[in-house]
Design a protein around this ligand. Structure first.
Ligand code: COA
Length: 254
């Protein structure tokens, strides 16, 4: 097992499946810049390792990820748009090998948008998801303003991305974000079993098939990520967004 970023991203290989485990339980698996970098590197390395056939993303048993670390949203003077999260977005958007996700607990922000880039997604029946960008004074990211309407249609995407309320794993399945909803304890075993089933198939055929499935969207995803980023950076520096972030961070101090 290799460990990076003070053990916040754990990486293990099991039967041709590279498991990237988000592990920052005391902060609900909030993703820091270093964690994004470690995830992006993990995907790149898995893509380049012939022994790896499939990449599986998982979190804790009670938490997939609460999304971007809000501390990194506050007082950031980076207006270039080149945040480390972008490396991760590009890595998941361009991964050649199949991406499988096991979602337990909660998946907020990029925890949900990353699922739109995965090939197979398994979620717990008690998990909830949320795309809270507009509520935070921000806008969609990771290509979700293109992928969400494509997956679920405009009205359902607007409900999730504009109102930004929590929604259940079952609703995520109805919206085509999730393949199967299972009792919490079965999510990881099922995701691993499906990942191993994929890993047992002819690798070149699986990767070529994935490429063909994704190819028609690729240019639009790249363009959308870039456009979202310009707007996200602008909104992030608004007084409104900064006040909302500060309020979240201050809520326990008050
Ligand atoms: N960024 C930074 N810290 C976070 C975080 C995030 N995204 N999510 C959780 N944390 C931290 C909390 O500040 C808290 O830290 P503390 O113990 O030092 O005070 C710890 O993780 C536990 O979180 P807590 O809020 O106490 O857990 P909860 O079960 O009551 O609520 C959430 C969980 C996910 C609903 C809540 O933490 C939350 O809303 N987080 C922010 C989600 C978000 O807006 N993400 C950005 C999306 S773009």
């Amino acid at each position: 097992m290799s460990e990076t970023d003070e053990n916040h991203i754990l990486s293990t290989c099991d039967g041709g499946v590279q498991i990237l485990h988000i592990h920052r339980p005391d902060k609900k698996n909030a993703l820091t810049g270093e964690m994004y970098r470690a995830l992006a590197n993990g995907i790149r390395m898995a893509d380049n390792d012939p022994a790896v056939r499939v990449i599986l993303l998982r979190g804790e048993e009670d938490c997939f990820t609460s999304g971007n670390d809000v501390n990194d949203f506050v007082g950031s003077d980076d207006r270039s748009g080149e945040r480390p999260s972008v490396l991760f977005m590009k890595a998941i958007a361009h991964a050649r090998k199949p991406l499988v996700a096991a979602v337990n607990g909660l998946a907020v922000g990029i925890g949900t948008t990353l699922l739109m880039h995965c090939d197979l997604v398994y979620a717990a029946d008690d998990a909830w998801l949320q795309l809270p960008f507009a509520r935070l004074g921000l806008c969609p990211e990771a290509g979700s303003s293109y992928l969400a309407p494509l997956l679920m249609g405009h009205q359902r995407a607007a409900e999730l991305l504009l109102l930004g309320e929590r929604f259940s794993a079952e609703k995520a399945r109805e919206c085509a974000l999730v393949n199967e909803v299972l009792p919490a304890a079965q999510v990881l075993p099922r995701a691993l079993e499906r990942a191993k089933a994929l890993a047992a198939l002819p690798a070149e055929a699986v990767q070529t098939s994935k490429h063909l499935l994704k190819r028609p969207q690729q240019a639009a995803i790249d363009e959308t990520i870039a456009l979202e980023l310009v707007n996200f950076s602008r909104l992030l520096h608004s007084e409104e967004a900064q006040a909302i972030m500060q309020a979240f961070l201050a809520r326990k101090r008050g």
